[in-house]
Design a protein around this ligand. Structure first.
Ligand code: NAP
Length: 789
């Protein structure tokens, strides 16, 4: 069943507005929609009331008569950007209503789809009984269809009409899709409850029946155009149905969905709880109405036909933290014409991939949440992976991102066309999208790396990479080898050690380990976290504490002395054995590789069922690992906590910028960008957490947010100038990379091998300064540093 529920978001302001609107409709409209009130008065009253809805500023309404049918073109201030049009058929029980009563909805739908919208003023009953309305809808549709693809949309009775015209048997080309809002698709009295549900703000059974009688006159109610729900629905185009739970036609919407599905139609049904009949008319006042209209537009503009190209303003690659942040920024700016393409089956990015036991964030959680979406639910300071995923789900829900997210889809190729300044994006399943802006938010740690050790392919047991964990794996009674002793290994070794029969840890380089200042967050913490000043203060405290920690990367600082001392204390306290302690002393300066924060890693290594092997691995055999001292270590399971291929994190994508240049060629000496966000020669391409934005001391979210804000600003500027594209000047990028090179040359990160460095030694991943330096550098960029085309 493709029926989805979309609970209204927006908290108490939304609830209050909804209560006020529902009350006003019940008081002012419902009593007038009655068989006892003359139809002319109902029409006048509805027109008067509709003036209180919120129009969309700058929208033009131009009268026209396509096919002799009067109506109005609805054109929002920003000119339509898509080919084709929307034919809108208003509701009103076939007897009342007009294009002017639906302007709050039609204007928003036109803006969201980017298509010209024609609202037909079809003939109404009782003056013009059935099928006058269908004939008008058909006549207007045919003229619009000659000019391009048409999406047919309608609410209530208009929803029934929309279906009826799609059901015509004249053999015309079908609409591209049908959008049915609270459709009245069956004029027989079936599937209408005897009493409206509580909360129905507009319709009554008596009024609907009276209007049906006026409209049908001699037509039987079961006529397929009058009750398309009972007709043969096979061969219809894709349909999106929307309804509320609190409406008379709710059951009919579900029945229509089932009937369409049984007829083999691509149909989706969206139910909004606690909303009434055609609540979308309150666009601008209710967030739930705006969200529903955005979903209609997304559906209408999606490519349903194989081979058809889907046009978008923005395509985001990756649904991790940075993709999520970009999507929220677009939603908040009401730039809703975007989709997020994610190859995994769910939200989370690195938090979807890294579900090994013990996975948690290694910075305090208050700083691992967006500044605009504080999370009062963290249960501990260093939150575990499932909590972070839950937080991401909550952010997606709160900002209504669901319909924009497309899981299980993989982008293979993206090609920039300089003439129209758009990216053509090819998906692995053969579909194609085109977008003005392409945001690559795959993050640096997305391509797991298996160790290049001889014989690994011959291993007969199970091989697990930490970023591709199998949830069903049970370490109990197993002989396990872990290769690697980085941040990931330090998190997964303690829980594995507790269950495994024997755990052998293969360490190539010992790392610096500092205590993790973790603690559970109790009920009081969570209560206080709901108070904005407290949440802001905690966040600010951790921000400054970690910024201070950045000083620990510079020689001779107090911070460094403190960190060295603390590392030594932890090692001596937790590892009493002298020889083991000696093997755990790092051979490189503190900070050169990512520092490990752990209270249980050393303890796990000191357990009797755990062995630390520091001899190099010579080869892997079908049943074990042979080290260079000739020892054979028999194992059942091989766990590779061997990190990621950061240098080639985008290598699996064929990205072609201006003049057809490939990103892989541009990066043959290692990845480089300007402030990690833009690459010269690749206009309208935005990288999130691109080269030189990783940090060794703080939360990546602090780097994501300013980056996203800048990208939003750049997109605005490109639109404001009427330019097709924006791209950083090559000289600007070269200069910023030269500054980085000089700064990083003598730094602590030059002193060892790590994922921050390319094969030739260049440090391409790390930002050398404080967070505030990066934020300032991003904010202070000037558009003079960019070319526009
Ligand atoms: P990593 O830091 O790259 O560590 C990989 C480990 O595997 C190192 O110990 C490395 O040894 C070892 N290794 C790689 N190839 C090997 C080989 N052929 N033979 C023997 N040993 C080999 O990867 P990671 O631990 O997955 O962490 C990557 C990054 O993810 C971290 O730096 C951190 O930024 C992030 N992370 C974050 C969190 C969090 O809580 N936020 C948690 C986990 C990871 P060498 O040191 O000798 O190269």
């Amino acid at each position: 069943m493709s029926v989805h529920h979309f609970p209204p978001r927006g908290g108490w302001p939304e609830r209050l507005t909804a209560a006020l609107l529902r009350g006003s409709l019940q008081l002012l409209l419902k009593p007038v929609f009655s068989p006892r009130v003359p139809i002319p008065f109902q029409r006048l009253w509805l027109k008067g009331l509709s003036r209180t809805t919120l129009p969309l500023r700058g929208t033009r309404f131009e009268p026209d008569r396509p096919g002799g049918v009067p109506g109005e073109w609805v054109r929002p201030a920003e000119a339509p950007t898509r080919e084709g049009s929307v034919l809108y058929l208003h509701g009103g029980a076939y007897c009342v209503g007009a294009p002017s009563t639906h302007r709050a909805l039609t204007a928003r739908l036109a803006r969201a789809t980017g298509m010209a919208l024609f609202a037909a003023d079809y003939r109404l009953a009782p003056e013009h009984p059935f099928p006058a309305a269908v004939e008008d809808a058909l006549a207007a549709y045919r003229v619009l269809r000659e000019r391009g693809p048409v999406v047919v949309a309608g609410d209530s009775a208009g929803g029934g009409l929309a279906l009826a015209i799609a059901l015509r048997d004249a053999g015309d080309p079908l609409p591209a899709s049908l959008l049915l809002l609270s459709p009245w698709a069956q004029m027989t009295a079936e599937r209408v409850p005897a009493r409206p549900p509580r909360g129905e703000a507009m319709l009554s059974v008596a009024w609907a029946q009276a209007c049906a009688a006026l409209c049908l006159r001699d037509t039987p109610p079961a006529h397929p155009w009058a009750s398309p729900l009972d007709a043969d629905l096979r061969g219809l185009p894709p349909v999106l149905i929307q309804a509320g739970t609190d409406e008379l036609l709710h059951d009919q919407a579900l029945a229509l969905h089932d009937a369409l599905q049984s007829a083999g139609v691509n149909v989706h049904c969206e139910i909004t709880p606690q909303r009434w009949h055609v609540f979308q008319l309150h666009g601008g006042a209710l967030a739930s109405a705006d969200d529903a209209i955005d979903r209609l537009a997304l559906f209408a503009t999606s490519a349903h036909v194989p081979g058809q190209i889907e046009e978008r303003e923005v395509v985001i690659l990756g649904a991790g933290m940075s993709g999520l942040c970009t999507a929220v920024a677009l939603r908040r700016a009401r730039r809703d014409d975007f989709v997020v393409i994610e190859q995994s089956e769910g939200l989370g990015g690195t938090w979807w991939d890294n579900r090994y036991p013990g996975a948690h964030v290694d910075v305090p959680a208050p700083l691992y949440s967006f500044s605009f979406a504080a999370n009062p639910r963290w249960t501990r300071r260093f939150a575990a992976a499932p909590e972070i995923q839950a937080y991401m789900q909550e952010v997606a829900r709160r900002f209504g991102l669901g319909p924009h997210l497309r899981f299980g889809q993989r982008i293979e190729r993206a090609v920039f066309d300089e003439r129209d300044g758009r990216w053509t994006i090819h998906l692995a399943d053969g579909r194609t999208l085109r977008a003005r802006h392409f945001v690559c938010s795959t993050g640096p740690l997305s391509r797991p790396r298996l160790p290049d050790i001889a014989g690994i392919e011959t291993f007969a047991g199970r091989i697990l990479h930490s970023a591709r964990w199998e949830a069903s794996f049970d370490a109990a009674r197993q002989r396990i080898a872990v290769i690697g002793t980085g941040s990931t290994a330090s998190q997964l070794i303690p829980p594995l050690a507790e269950r495994a029969a024997r755990l052998t840890v293969f360490q190539r380089t010992a790392n610096w380990v500092l205590p993790r200042l973790d603690r559970p967050y109790g009920a009081l913490d969570r209560l206080l976290a709901r108070l904005p000043p407290y949440a802001v203060a905690v966040r600010a405290f951790w921000f400054h504490a970690l910024e201070w920690g950045r000083r620990g990367f510079d020689d001779g600082t107090l911070a460094r002395r403190g960190m060295l001392k603390s590392a030594e204390l932890l090692l001596t306290r937790q590892i009493p054995d002298d020889s083991l302690r000696a093997r755990l002393r790092p051979p490189y300066p503190l900070g050169c590789k990512r520092i490990i924060y752990s209270n249980d890693f050393y303890r796990a290594l000191a357990r009797p069922n755990v062995a630390l092997v520091t001899e190099a691995i010579e080869r892997i055999t079908p049943h074990g690992i042979v080290t260079t001292d000739g020892r054979d270590h028999p194992i059942d399971v091989l766990v590779c906590a061997t990190g990621f291929d950061v240098e080639h994190s985008l290598a699996h994508l064929d990205i072609r910028g201006a003049a057809g240049q490939g990103l892989a060629e541009a990066w043959h000496d290692g990845p480089q960008a300007h402030l990690g966000l833009t690459v010269a020669g690749f206009p309208n391409l935005w990288l999130m957490l691109g080269p030189n934005t990783a940090t060794g001391h703080t939360s990546t979210l602090l780097f994501i947010e300013p980056g996203v804000q800048w990208v939003m600003k750049a997109m605005r500027e490109q639109r404001r100038r009427g330019a097709r594209w924006i791209g950083v000047k090559p000289a600007v990028m070269a200069a910023s990379n030269e500054r980085l090179r000089q700064r990083l040359g003598g730094s602590v990160w030059a002193g060892c091998r790590s994922w921050y460095r390319a094969a030739d030694g260049r440090i391409f991943a790390l930002w050398p300064g404080f967070t505030r330096d990066y934020v300032r550098a991003v904010r202070e960029q000037e558009f003079a540093q960019f070319d526009f085309g």
